[in-house]
Design a protein around this ligand. Structure first.
Ligand SMILES: [Zn+2]
Length: 147
């Protein structure tokens, strides 16, 4: 992949399989955008974080606004709030082009279809701690309207 000198330098961790860029999103805050073509059904990357108990995860989720905690087993959760992995900025969409998968205690992202360079990568969060109190701005025709 050729780059111009002015392009941002992307440092890719070994578990990040495709180049992505984090920038402002129309959906919410920052989002993750494909920097190259991502074919369907492939691993895009992972989020690493601090392993904690699910009880501690729920305690932290109750006290903080911007938080990313994923329960990876009945006992263990990953707090990725301080993670520097780009995939932690993945926004929700009701018509997502990727999915989140918990595999062997890891938080992994897989493409559901081909994702074009410049397209925002989104997943369907499903049940979140917001319990339907956060308005969804994904803009999909089938948007359920709340998270
Ligand atoms: Zn929506």
């Amino acid at each position: 992949m050729s780059r111009h000198a002015a392009d941002p330098v992307v440092v890719r961790a070994p578990y990040q399989k495709f180049d992505v860029i984090v920038r402002r999103s129309e959906i919410d805050g920052h989002g993750v955008f494909a920097a190259e073509m991502i074919p369907p059904r492939l691993k895009i990357g992972e989020i690493r974080g601090e392993a904690i108990t699910c009880a501690e995860g729920r305690r932290r989720a109750a006290s903080l606004q911007r938080i990313m905690i994923v329960e990876v087993s009945p006992r263990t959760a990953i707090d990725a709030s301080k993670s520097t992995d780009p995939m932690r900025f993945t926004n929700h969409s009701c018509q997502a082009n990727a999915r989140l998968a918990i595999i062997a205690g890891r938080i992994e992202f897989y493409s559901l279809r081909g994702i074009e360079p410049g397209e925002e990568i989104t997943v369907n969060y499903g049940e979140t701690h917001h319990e339907g109190k956060l308005r969804c701005r994904c803009g999909a025709p089938n948007c359920v309207g709340a998270l």
